[in-house]
Write a protein that binds this ligand. Structure first.
Ligand SMILES: Cc1ncc(COP(=O)(O)O)c(C=O)c1O
Length: 393
Protein backbone atom coordinates (compact mmCIF):
# COMPACT_ATOMS: atom_id res chain seq x y z
CA UNK A 1 0.00 0.00 0.00
CA UNK A 2 1.21 3.50 -0.80
CA UNK A 3 2.54 5.47 2.21
CA UNK A 4 0.40 8.54 2.87
CA UNK A 5 2.45 11.47 1.45
CA UNK A 6 0.49 13.86 3.71
CA UNK A 7 1.57 12.14 6.94
CA UNK A 8 3.71 15.17 7.81
CA UNK A 9 0.51 17.15 8.37
CA UNK A 10 -0.24 15.06 11.46
CA UNK A 11 3.03 16.24 12.98
CA UNK A 12 2.11 19.84 12.16
CA UNK A 13 -1.27 19.41 13.85
CA UNK A 14 0.36 17.78 16.87
CA UNK A 15 2.71 20.78 17.14
CA UNK A 16 -0.31 23.12 17.14
CA UNK A 17 -1.82 21.07 19.96
CA UNK A 18 1.43 21.21 21.95
CA UNK A 19 1.52 25.01 21.57
CA UNK A 20 -2.12 25.32 22.66
CA UNK A 21 -3.02 26.76 19.24
CA UNK A 22 -5.23 23.95 17.98
CA UNK A 23 -8.82 25.16 17.69
CA UNK A 24 -11.89 23.07 17.18
CA UNK A 25 -14.50 24.82 15.06
CA UNK A 26 -17.50 25.98 17.04
CA UNK A 27 -20.68 24.98 15.24
CA UNK A 28 -23.65 27.36 14.98
CA UNK A 29 -26.85 25.35 15.21
CA UNK A 30 -29.27 28.26 14.84
CA UNK A 31 -29.30 31.57 12.95
CA UNK A 32 -26.41 34.02 13.17
CA UNK A 33 -27.87 36.42 15.74
CA UNK A 34 -27.16 38.12 19.07
CA UNK A 35 -28.34 35.24 21.25
CA UNK A 36 -28.05 31.87 19.61
CA UNK A 37 -26.83 28.28 19.94
CA UNK A 38 -23.28 27.09 19.34
CA UNK A 39 -22.20 23.56 20.24
CA UNK A 40 -25.57 22.81 21.92
CA UNK A 41 -25.21 25.79 24.26
CA UNK A 42 -27.29 28.95 24.19
CA UNK A 43 -24.93 31.93 24.37
CA UNK A 44 -24.83 35.69 24.05
CA UNK A 45 -22.88 35.94 20.83
CA UNK A 46 -20.04 38.48 20.88
CA UNK A 47 -18.08 36.84 18.07
CA UNK A 48 -19.81 37.64 14.80
CA UNK A 49 -19.25 40.54 12.41
CA UNK A 50 -23.00 40.83 12.00
CA UNK A 51 -22.84 44.44 13.27
CA UNK A 52 -26.35 45.45 12.28
CA UNK A 53 -28.12 42.14 12.67
CA UNK A 54 -28.79 42.03 8.92
CA UNK A 55 -28.13 38.28 8.61
CA UNK A 56 -31.72 37.76 9.75
CA UNK A 57 -33.36 41.04 8.68
CA UNK A 58 -36.82 40.35 7.15
CA UNK A 59 -36.21 42.63 4.13
CA UNK A 60 -32.97 40.87 3.21
CA UNK A 61 -34.44 37.43 3.77
CA UNK A 62 -37.38 38.25 1.48
CA UNK A 63 -35.10 39.69 -1.23
CA UNK A 64 -32.99 36.52 -1.22
CA UNK A 65 -36.07 34.30 -1.51
CA UNK A 66 -37.57 36.43 -4.27
CA UNK A 67 -34.32 36.41 -6.29
CA UNK A 68 -34.05 32.65 -5.91
CA UNK A 69 -37.63 32.22 -7.11
CA UNK A 70 -37.25 34.48 -10.13
CA UNK A 71 -33.56 34.11 -11.07
CA UNK A 72 -32.52 30.67 -9.84
CA UNK A 73 -29.80 29.62 -7.43
CA UNK A 74 -26.57 30.16 -9.37
CA UNK A 75 -24.93 32.44 -11.92
CA UNK A 76 -23.35 29.53 -13.77
CA UNK A 77 -20.20 31.26 -14.91
CA UNK A 78 -17.44 33.74 -14.16
CA UNK A 79 -18.34 37.39 -14.71
CA UNK A 80 -16.28 37.72 -17.90
CA UNK A 81 -17.99 34.85 -19.72
CA UNK A 82 -21.71 34.30 -19.00
CA UNK A 83 -21.92 35.10 -15.29
CA UNK A 84 -22.72 38.81 -15.31
CA UNK A 85 -26.41 39.02 -14.48
CA UNK A 86 -28.38 42.25 -14.55
CA UNK A 87 -28.63 42.08 -10.77
CA UNK A 88 -24.81 42.09 -10.47
CA UNK A 89 -24.68 45.26 -12.55
CA UNK A 90 -27.48 46.78 -10.50
CA UNK A 91 -25.55 46.06 -7.28
CA UNK A 92 -22.40 47.69 -8.65
CA UNK A 93 -24.37 50.75 -9.76
CA UNK A 94 -26.07 51.11 -6.37
CA UNK A 95 -22.81 50.63 -4.46
CA UNK A 96 -21.07 53.29 -6.56
CA UNK A 97 -23.91 55.69 -5.79
CA UNK A 98 -23.71 54.75 -2.09
CA UNK A 99 -19.94 55.22 -1.95
CA UNK A 100 -20.03 58.38 -4.11
CA UNK A 101 -17.44 57.03 -6.56
CA UNK A 102 -17.55 56.71 -10.34
CA UNK A 103 -17.76 52.94 -10.33
CA UNK A 104 -17.63 49.73 -8.30
CA UNK A 105 -16.67 46.12 -9.02
CA UNK A 106 -18.02 43.36 -6.79
CA UNK A 107 -15.91 40.33 -5.88
CA UNK A 108 -16.89 37.03 -4.27
CA UNK A 109 -15.47 38.17 -0.91
CA UNK A 110 -13.59 41.00 0.74
CA UNK A 111 -10.54 38.75 0.71
CA UNK A 112 -10.79 38.31 -3.07
CA UNK A 113 -11.32 42.06 -3.50
CA UNK A 114 -8.17 42.97 -1.57
CA UNK A 115 -5.89 40.23 -2.86
CA UNK A 116 -7.19 40.45 -6.43
CA UNK A 117 -6.85 44.21 -6.60
CA UNK A 118 -3.38 44.62 -5.08
CA UNK A 119 -2.08 41.79 -7.27
CA UNK A 120 -3.66 43.28 -10.41
CA UNK A 121 -2.63 46.91 -9.95
CA UNK A 122 1.01 46.32 -8.96
CA UNK A 123 3.93 44.62 -10.70
CA UNK A 124 7.29 43.38 -9.47
CA UNK A 125 8.78 46.82 -10.13
CA UNK A 126 6.42 48.54 -7.68
CA UNK A 127 6.46 49.05 -3.90
CA UNK A 128 3.71 48.45 -1.32
CA UNK A 129 3.94 50.54 1.85
CA UNK A 130 1.74 48.74 4.35
CA UNK A 131 0.72 49.08 8.04
CA UNK A 132 2.08 46.13 10.04
CA UNK A 133 -1.43 45.16 11.17
CA UNK A 134 -3.07 45.19 7.74
CA UNK A 135 -5.29 42.22 6.90
CA UNK A 136 -3.90 38.94 5.55
CA UNK A 137 -5.66 39.45 2.20
CA UNK A 138 -3.59 42.60 1.60
CA UNK A 139 -0.41 40.73 2.45
CA UNK A 140 -1.33 37.89 0.11
CA UNK A 141 -2.20 40.32 -2.69
CA UNK A 142 1.15 42.02 -2.25
CA UNK A 143 2.94 38.66 -2.42
CA UNK A 144 1.07 37.71 -5.59
CA UNK A 145 1.96 41.02 -7.20
CA UNK A 146 5.70 40.34 -6.52
CA UNK A 147 6.07 44.02 -5.64
CA UNK A 148 8.54 44.93 -2.89
CA UNK A 149 6.72 45.09 0.46
CA UNK A 150 7.78 47.69 3.01
CA UNK A 151 5.99 47.59 6.35
CA UNK A 152 5.60 50.56 8.69
CA UNK A 153 4.87 50.18 12.43
CA UNK A 154 1.18 50.29 13.29
CA UNK A 155 -0.32 53.74 12.54
CA UNK A 156 3.17 55.27 12.50
CA UNK A 157 2.76 57.96 9.84
CA UNK A 158 6.35 59.15 10.33
CA UNK A 159 7.48 55.57 9.81
CA UNK A 160 5.57 55.48 6.50
CA UNK A 161 7.07 58.84 5.53
CA UNK A 162 10.59 57.55 6.20
CA UNK A 163 9.98 54.61 3.86
CA UNK A 164 8.53 56.84 1.13
CA UNK A 165 11.39 59.30 1.44
CA UNK A 166 13.86 56.46 0.86
CA UNK A 167 12.29 55.42 -2.46
CA UNK A 168 13.83 56.50 -5.78
CA UNK A 169 12.16 59.44 -7.54
CA UNK A 170 9.29 58.29 -9.75
CA UNK A 171 8.95 54.93 -7.95
CA UNK A 172 5.36 53.73 -8.30
CA UNK A 173 4.08 52.88 -4.82
CA UNK A 174 0.86 51.96 -3.06
CA UNK A 175 0.20 53.22 0.48
CA UNK A 176 -2.30 50.97 2.19
CA UNK A 177 -4.11 50.80 5.52
CA UNK A 178 -7.12 49.15 7.05
CA UNK A 179 -9.92 51.62 7.86
CA UNK A 180 -10.70 49.68 11.05
CA UNK A 181 -8.13 47.19 12.33
CA UNK A 182 -9.87 43.90 12.92
CA UNK A 183 -8.08 42.73 16.06
CA UNK A 184 -7.80 46.03 17.98
CA UNK A 185 -10.77 47.98 16.65
CA UNK A 186 -8.75 51.16 16.19
CA UNK A 187 -8.95 53.34 13.07
CA UNK A 188 -6.35 53.85 10.36
CA UNK A 189 -4.73 57.30 10.25
CA UNK A 190 -6.61 58.18 7.07
CA UNK A 191 -6.25 61.99 6.89
CA UNK A 192 -2.52 61.85 7.64
CA UNK A 193 -1.89 58.96 5.24
CA UNK A 194 -3.91 60.66 2.48
CA UNK A 195 -1.74 63.76 2.91
CA UNK A 196 1.36 61.58 2.68
CA UNK A 197 0.08 59.86 -0.46
CA UNK A 198 -0.54 63.28 -2.03
CA UNK A 199 2.92 64.53 -1.02
CA UNK A 200 4.72 61.49 -2.46
CA UNK A 201 2.39 60.83 -5.40
CA UNK A 202 1.46 57.30 -4.25
CA UNK A 203 -1.69 55.34 -4.89
CA UNK A 204 -3.81 55.47 -1.70
CA UNK A 205 -5.80 52.35 -0.76
CA UNK A 206 -8.05 51.66 2.25
CA UNK A 207 -9.50 48.31 3.26
CA UNK A 208 -12.77 49.31 4.92
CA UNK A 209 -14.08 45.82 5.67
CA UNK A 210 -15.00 46.49 9.31
CA UNK A 211 -16.14 50.06 8.61
CA UNK A 212 -18.66 49.12 5.90
CA UNK A 213 -22.10 49.73 7.36
CA UNK A 214 -20.59 50.92 10.65
CA UNK A 215 -18.77 54.26 10.14
CA UNK A 216 -19.78 57.32 8.14
CA UNK A 217 -23.22 58.56 7.09
CA UNK A 218 -25.53 55.57 6.50
CA UNK A 219 -22.50 53.29 6.99
CA UNK A 220 -20.46 54.60 4.05
CA UNK A 221 -17.20 53.83 5.85
CA UNK A 222 -14.13 55.62 7.17
CA UNK A 223 -13.61 57.64 3.98
CA UNK A 224 -16.91 59.33 4.78
CA UNK A 225 -16.24 59.37 8.54
CA UNK A 226 -12.96 61.27 8.02
CA UNK A 227 -14.36 63.19 5.04
CA UNK A 228 -11.51 62.19 2.74
CA UNK A 229 -13.76 61.67 -0.29
CA UNK A 230 -11.76 61.92 -3.52
CA UNK A 231 -8.43 61.34 -1.74
CA UNK A 232 -8.49 57.52 -1.59
CA UNK A 233 -7.87 55.98 -5.01
CA UNK A 234 -8.91 52.44 -4.11
CA UNK A 235 -11.59 51.74 -1.50
CA UNK A 236 -12.33 48.15 -0.55
CA UNK A 237 -15.49 47.28 1.31
CA UNK A 238 -17.05 44.03 2.38
CA UNK A 239 -20.59 42.74 2.02
CA UNK A 240 -19.88 39.85 4.41
CA UNK A 241 -19.95 41.66 7.74
CA UNK A 242 -22.41 44.50 8.50
CA UNK A 243 -24.14 43.93 5.13
CA UNK A 244 -25.09 40.49 6.41
CA UNK A 245 -24.43 38.47 3.25
CA UNK A 246 -21.21 37.75 1.35
CA UNK A 247 -18.86 39.57 -0.97
CA UNK A 248 -16.41 42.40 -1.31
CA UNK A 249 -16.12 45.36 -3.60
CA UNK A 250 -13.72 47.95 -4.91
CA UNK A 251 -14.93 51.52 -5.33
CA UNK A 252 -12.98 54.05 -7.37
CA UNK A 253 -12.59 55.61 -10.78
CA UNK A 254 -14.21 54.14 -13.90
CA UNK A 255 -10.70 53.35 -15.26
CA UNK A 256 -9.75 51.43 -12.12
CA UNK A 257 -12.91 49.35 -12.30
CA UNK A 258 -12.56 48.71 -16.05
CA UNK A 259 -8.96 47.64 -15.46
CA UNK A 260 -10.01 45.24 -12.67
CA UNK A 261 -12.69 43.79 -14.98
CA UNK A 262 -9.80 42.84 -17.28
CA UNK A 263 -7.03 41.93 -14.85
CA UNK A 264 -8.27 40.96 -11.36
CA UNK A 265 -7.88 37.21 -11.25
CA UNK A 266 -10.72 36.34 -8.82
CA UNK A 267 -13.04 38.33 -11.13
CA UNK A 268 -11.75 36.53 -14.23
CA UNK A 269 -11.37 33.01 -12.91
CA UNK A 270 -14.00 32.39 -10.22
CA UNK A 271 -17.78 32.19 -10.56
CA UNK A 272 -19.88 35.20 -9.58
CA UNK A 273 -22.38 35.38 -6.74
CA UNK A 274 -25.71 33.59 -6.86
CA UNK A 275 -28.50 36.11 -7.56
CA UNK A 276 -29.78 35.74 -3.98
CA UNK A 277 -26.50 37.15 -2.65
CA UNK A 278 -26.63 40.19 -4.95
CA UNK A 279 -30.31 40.73 -4.07
CA UNK A 280 -29.50 40.51 -0.34
CA UNK A 281 -26.76 43.12 -0.69
CA UNK A 282 -29.15 45.44 -2.57
CA UNK A 283 -31.58 44.94 0.31
CA UNK A 284 -28.81 45.86 2.76
CA UNK A 285 -28.20 49.18 0.96
CA UNK A 286 -31.93 49.92 1.16
CA UNK A 287 -31.95 49.18 4.89
CA UNK A 288 -28.89 51.39 5.49
CA UNK A 289 -30.61 54.24 3.66
CA UNK A 290 -34.08 53.75 5.15
CA UNK A 291 -33.29 52.57 8.70
CA UNK A 292 -30.12 54.43 9.76
CA UNK A 293 -31.38 54.17 13.36
CA UNK A 294 -29.99 50.60 13.30
CA UNK A 295 -26.49 52.12 13.09
CA UNK A 296 -27.34 54.45 16.00
CA UNK A 297 -28.36 51.42 18.04
CA UNK A 298 -25.07 49.71 17.23
CA UNK A 299 -23.18 52.72 18.58
CA UNK A 300 -25.37 53.01 21.71
CA UNK A 301 -24.67 49.35 22.47
CA UNK A 302 -20.99 49.84 21.72
CA UNK A 303 -20.69 52.74 24.17
CA UNK A 304 -22.60 50.85 26.87
CA UNK A 305 -20.51 47.70 26.55
CA UNK A 306 -17.13 49.43 26.29
CA UNK A 307 -17.88 51.54 29.37
CA UNK A 308 -18.96 48.41 31.24
CA UNK A 309 -15.77 46.48 30.44
CA UNK A 310 -13.52 49.43 31.26
CA UNK A 311 -15.45 50.03 34.50
CA UNK A 312 -14.73 46.45 35.54
CA UNK A 313 -11.03 47.13 35.13
CA UNK A 314 -10.30 45.16 31.95
CA UNK A 315 -7.59 46.31 29.55
CA UNK A 316 -9.60 47.07 26.39
CA UNK A 317 -6.79 48.63 24.36
CA UNK A 318 -7.36 51.60 22.09
CA UNK A 319 -10.49 50.55 20.25
CA UNK A 320 -12.63 53.21 18.56
CA UNK A 321 -15.17 50.84 17.03
CA UNK A 322 -17.66 48.11 18.06
CA UNK A 323 -14.69 45.70 18.13
CA UNK A 324 -13.45 45.70 21.74
CA UNK A 325 -10.53 43.48 22.68
CA UNK A 326 -10.26 42.25 26.26
CA UNK A 327 -6.52 41.82 26.56
CA UNK A 328 -5.49 38.97 28.87
CA UNK A 329 -1.74 38.80 28.07
CA UNK A 330 -0.52 35.29 27.58
CA UNK A 331 -2.16 33.00 24.97
CA UNK A 332 -3.18 30.23 27.36
CA UNK A 333 -4.91 32.72 29.68
CA UNK A 334 -6.88 34.29 26.82
CA UNK A 335 -8.01 30.84 25.65
CA UNK A 336 -9.01 29.93 29.21
CA UNK A 337 -10.97 33.18 29.50
CA UNK A 338 -12.78 32.42 26.25
CA UNK A 339 -13.54 28.82 27.29
CA UNK A 340 -14.86 29.81 30.73
CA UNK A 341 -17.01 32.58 29.27
CA UNK A 342 -18.50 30.05 26.87
CA UNK A 343 -19.28 27.62 29.69
CA UNK A 344 -21.07 30.47 31.44
CA UNK A 345 -23.07 31.44 28.32
CA UNK A 346 -21.00 34.10 26.51
CA UNK A 347 -19.21 33.45 23.23
CA UNK A 348 -16.16 35.69 22.75
CA UNK A 349 -13.41 34.15 20.65
CA UNK A 350 -9.90 33.85 22.08
CA UNK A 351 -7.15 35.17 19.81
CA UNK A 352 -3.45 34.51 20.36
CA UNK A 353 -0.07 34.59 18.60
CA UNK A 354 0.55 34.65 15.64
CA UNK A 355 -2.69 36.55 14.93
CA UNK A 356 -1.73 39.09 17.63
CA UNK A 357 1.52 39.77 19.52
CA UNK A 358 2.59 37.07 22.01
CA UNK A 359 1.92 39.20 25.10
CA UNK A 360 -1.33 40.68 23.75
CA UNK A 361 -3.52 37.59 23.54
CA UNK A 362 -7.15 38.48 24.07
CA UNK A 363 -10.74 37.65 23.63
CA UNK A 364 -12.31 39.82 20.98
CA UNK A 365 -15.82 41.11 21.52
CA UNK A 366 -18.11 42.60 18.90
CA UNK A 367 -21.49 43.95 19.94
CA UNK A 368 -24.28 44.33 17.42
CA UNK A 369 -27.28 46.61 17.03
CA UNK A 370 -29.56 43.72 17.92
CA UNK A 371 -28.14 42.84 21.34
CA UNK A 372 -30.60 43.80 24.08
CA UNK A 373 -29.41 45.67 27.16
CA UNK A 374 -30.20 42.55 29.22
CA UNK A 375 -27.96 40.43 27.00
CA UNK A 376 -25.11 42.94 27.22
CA UNK A 377 -25.51 43.25 30.99
CA UNK A 378 -25.46 39.46 31.29
CA UNK A 379 -22.25 39.43 29.24
CA UNK A 380 -20.68 42.10 31.48
CA UNK A 381 -21.67 40.20 34.65
CA UNK A 382 -20.16 37.05 33.20
CA UNK A 383 -16.94 38.85 32.25
CA UNK A 384 -16.77 40.17 35.82
CA UNK A 385 -17.23 36.70 37.34
CA UNK A 386 -14.77 34.90 35.06
CA UNK A 387 -12.27 37.79 35.00
CA UNK A 388 -12.05 37.69 38.82
CA UNK A 389 -11.87 33.91 38.90
CA UNK A 390 -8.85 33.98 36.54
CA UNK A 391 -7.19 36.93 38.27
CA UNK A 392 -7.41 39.17 35.19
CA UNK A 393 -9.23 41.90 37.13
C1 LIG B 1 -9.73 43.89 7.68
C2 LIG B 1 -10.37 42.84 6.83
N1 LIG B 1 -10.27 42.92 5.49
C3 LIG B 1 -10.84 42.02 4.69
C4 LIG B 1 -11.53 40.95 5.21
C5 LIG B 1 -12.12 39.92 4.28
O1 LIG B 1 -13.48 40.12 4.10
P1 LIG B 1 -14.43 38.90 3.69
O2 LIG B 1 -14.80 38.18 4.95
O3 LIG B 1 -15.57 39.56 2.99
O4 LIG B 1 -13.64 38.03 2.78
C6 LIG B 1 -11.68 40.82 6.57
C7 LIG B 1 -12.50 39.70 7.13
O5 LIG B 1 -12.12 38.81 7.73
C8 LIG B 1 -11.08 41.78 7.42
O6 LIG B 1 -11.17 41.68 8.75
Amino acid sequence: MRADPLRFLDAELEALKQQGLYRRLRVLEDEQKAKTTFDHRQVVNLSSNNYLGLTTHPTLRERALEATRTLGVGSGSVRTIAGTMAIHMELERRLAEFKKTEAVVVFQSGFAANAGTVAAVLTKDDVVVSDELNHASIIDGARLSRATVKVFPHKDVDGARKILRGLPAGQRSLLITDGVFSMDGDLGALPELCALAEEFGCIMMVDDAHASGVFGKNGRGTIDHFDVHGRVDIQVGTLSKAFGALGGYVAGSRSLIEFLYHRARPFLFSTSHPPAVAATCLGAIDVLMQEPQIIDRLWENTRFFKAGLAGLGFNTGLSESPITPVIAGEGALAMKLSDRLFEEGVFAQGIAFPTVARDKARVRTIVTATHTREELQFALDTFAKVGRELGII
